[in-house]
Write a protein that binds this ligand. Structure first.
Ligand code: ADP
Length: 663
């Protein structure tokens, strides 16, 4: 199609340049241009949403520069259908875009929803490529996703075969025109004086409607779509006739959050959620209330139905929109702590001064008081939700639990409330089931004093850790932790209801006081005595040298011959491994624990006897065995043997020593 390189054409006065869309945008546009999606009407909600954001930004600027609103006090959105020209114009007198901003914003993908949408699309195409024959359903599915995620500005190409955007940024002398037919490239030109004249600042988007989209030029249809999706927009949305005469206002333009909760319908909440989050799924939880007293403010918050793709982006901040008496102030005021960064919505204060700069927000005492109150309220609403709808809460936890757990070490004051919100996989949960700490404590075994946990890369893998054996034998529940954040909160955690958290892969664990769940195995006749065990252990320690910080008899093993644990005091095995991977330290050498009841002891003992009287063959074999014991403990920990080459050599030597001799 069009060349992907930019070329420059110059006519008399204005510079016009062609640009190629970012590859992802081209993909998206291709989908839009060929769309027969039945809910194409959402293009309007997307464009109105952008216009409202631009008006919010302008109103904020005007707080410190009132001259911005002097000539044109009423901020509004205009819709102007023209059946003769087959165009629909959507205009706003908002902040506008400079030339560079147009190229950046309308040529690449900025919004998180769109990125998530493309990711899903990739995943689905791959799945479709594997199982063929489902392509028609796949196509439908893809388009259904547009409605779920919202794809912003680009959705215009579902209904238009050509889109023209004229925009002028506030305070700029020139306006620019962006045009595209959505097929690979777009053009940016300086606006003609006539075009610029219509626009002191703001943006006008002209859609040249496709022949099958002319319905959207009908007044009744526009009116229906606006009241369906955009009624809550706080600026008036006005319908003009093709001469520019105002016909009527299409929305209520009241700030939804200021209405009492019982007057707001579920659909209105859902549309508002879509507007503030840019996500088009169902919110998982809604929190709507008005605080009165020392501070007066209104809160309308949502926990989204899905995690955003950048939830763990280190630069991601909370995105609560802060308003002061209905005027948008900021969406990066960090009203909620980072561990609640998934909560989205609006907080509107009655008491704050309007002329507060964004920088001053950080230290403002009113903001601090609101922050404290709302954080507490969100946590208590989460607890209430967990109580009233355990299944719904489970979904919420699966999406955002790993983030909430950051609060355990970041916000010590609220640690106890956070503990109550935590849910875990444990050695006792069935597939898909989660348990709370209260559940855990209620089921603690006789004489059990601590809350045991095991950290590993994933819950399936940790399930077969040999360190668990003694716990299973005593029916002692162990929390199975596999989120990276688990490495950190467990190290700072104070106990829950007076019970300490204790890693089962670190330090000593004494389970002797807790009765076995099943009858113990009968003692073998010739079980090795204490002295034998001690001498075997000493000999293994000699062979392994610095690679272990100790070798000792294990009290946590039942079936496996050996396992590794971290020394008391330092970092746990899992954290040590993590830090080593990130090259931010060296894990302390582990302790090798040997199961004194395992037959390995007998074998080691036999070889060590020969070793001590100078038998060269036994000495070598003992060494091989000691290393193999250590290496297999590493493997069970999800780590490669220290020296994989030597490991295979040793293993092979052993295997071939079992080879029958030819006679
Ligand atoms: P999003 O709105 O989620 O960022 P869009 O693709 O809809 O994604 O829009 C991209 C960007 O283009 C917006 O973030 C905004 O900066 C800019 N933009 C879109 N429409 C307007 C408008 N009417 N006025 C000013 N800027 C706009």
């Amino acid at each position: 199609m069009n060349s992907s390189t930019a070329d420059t054409k110059t006519n008399d006065k204005v510079q016009s340049r062609d640009f190629a869309f970012q590859a992802e945008v081209s993909r998206l546009l291709d989908l839009m241009v060929h769309s027969v999606y039945s809910e194409r009407e959402i293009f309007l909600r997307e464009l109105i949403s952008n216009a409202a954001d631009a008006l919010d930004k302008l109103r904020y600027e005007a707080l410190t520069q009132p001259e911005l609103l002097r000539d044109d006090g009423d901020l509004r959105i205009l819709l102007q259908p023209d059946k003769i020209k087959k165009t629909l114009r959507i205009g706003d007198n908002g902040i506008g875009m400079s030339r560079d901003e147009m190229i950046e914003n309308l040529g690449t993908i900025a919004r998180s929803g769109t990125k998530a949408f493309l990711d899903r699309l990739n995943a689905e195409s791959e799945a479709a490529a594997k199982g063929q024959g489902k392509s028609e359903a796949g196509e439908k599915n893809k388009l259904g996703l547009i409605g779920q995620f919202g794809v912003g500005f680009y959705s215009a190409f579902m209904v238009a075969d050509k889109v023209e955007v004229i925009s002028r940024k506030v305070f700029e002398d020139t306006a620019h025109v962006w045009t595209s037919d959505g097929k690979g490239t777009f053009t940016v030109t300086e606006a003609t004086p006539e075009q610029a004249e219509q626009l002191p600042h703001g943006t006008i988007i002209t859609l040249h409607m496709k022949d099958d989209a002319l319905d959207f030029l009908e007044e009744a249809e526009l009116s229906r779509i606006v009241s369906t999706y955009s009624d809550h927009i706080t600026f008036p949305i006005k319908l003009l006739d093709h001469n520019g005469e105002e016909r009527k206002q299409l929305n209520a333009a009241s700030a939804l959050w200021r209405q009492p909760a019982h007057q707001v319908t579920e659909q209105q909440y859902k549309d508002f959620y879509a507007h503030v989050t840019g996500m088009w799924d169902e919110p998982q939880l809604k929190i709507h209330y008005r605080a009165e007293g020392l501070q007066e403010f209104t809160v309308l918050l949502f926990v989204p139905g899905h995690p955003p793709f950048d939830l763990y982006d280190p630069n991601r901040r909370g995105r609560i929109k802060l308003y002061v008496r209905r005027v948008f102030i900021s969406d990066d005021a960090e009203i909620l702590p980072a561990y609640l960064r998934f909560v989205r919505g609006v907080i509107d204060s009655e008491d704050m001064p309007l002329n507060l700069s964004r920088e001053m927000l950080q230290n403002n005492p009113t903001v601090a008081a609101i922050r404290k109150a709302v954080t507490g309220r969100v946590l208590s609403e989460l607890a209430k939700y967990a109580n009233n709808d355990p299944e719904g809460y489970k979904t919420l936890w699966q999406h955002f639990g790993a983030v909430l757990k950051e609060g355990i070490y970041e916000d010590p004051e609220r640690r106890d409330s956070l503990y109550k919100l935590c849910r875990f996989k444990t050695t006792k949960t069935a597939e898909g089931e989660l348990r709370s700490l209260a559940d855990y404590v209620a089921d603690m075994r006789e004489n059990q004093k601590e809350i045991y946990y095991l950290v590993g890369d994933n819950a399936k893998q940790v399930m077969w850790s040999p360190q668990l054996e003694g716990f299973k034998a005593r029916d002692v529940e162990v929390l199975l932790l596999s989120d990276p954040v688990d490495n950190f909160w467990v190290t700072t955690a104070l106990g829950f209801e007076g019970k300490q958290f204790k890693s089962i892969t670190q330090g000593d664990v004494n389970l002797d006081d807790i009765p076995l769940a099943q009858r113990p195995r009968k003692k073998k006749k010739d079980e090795p005595d204490q002295q034998t065990i001690a001498s075997v252990i000493r000999a293994v320690a000699e062979v392994l040298g610095d690679h272990v910080s100790d070798v000792r008899e294990s009290r946590r093993l039942v079936n496996s011959p050996a396992c590794l644990v971290a020394p008391e005091g330092g970092s746990d095995r899992a954290l040590g491994k993590l830090l080593e991977k990130q090259h931010s330290g060296k894990a302390q050498a582990p302790i090798l624990e040997i199961n004194p009841k395992h037959e390995w002891i007998d074998l080691l003992q036999a070889k060590s006897r020969g070793r001590s009287i100078g038998d060269e063959k036994d000495r070598k074999e003992f060494e091989d065995l000691a290393w193999l014991l250590f290496d297999q403990a590493n493997i069970l920990d999800g780590v490669l043997p220290l020296d994989p080459v030597k490991y295979t050599e040793r293993l092979n030597r052993l295997i071939f020593s079992a080879k029958p001799h030819k006679s």
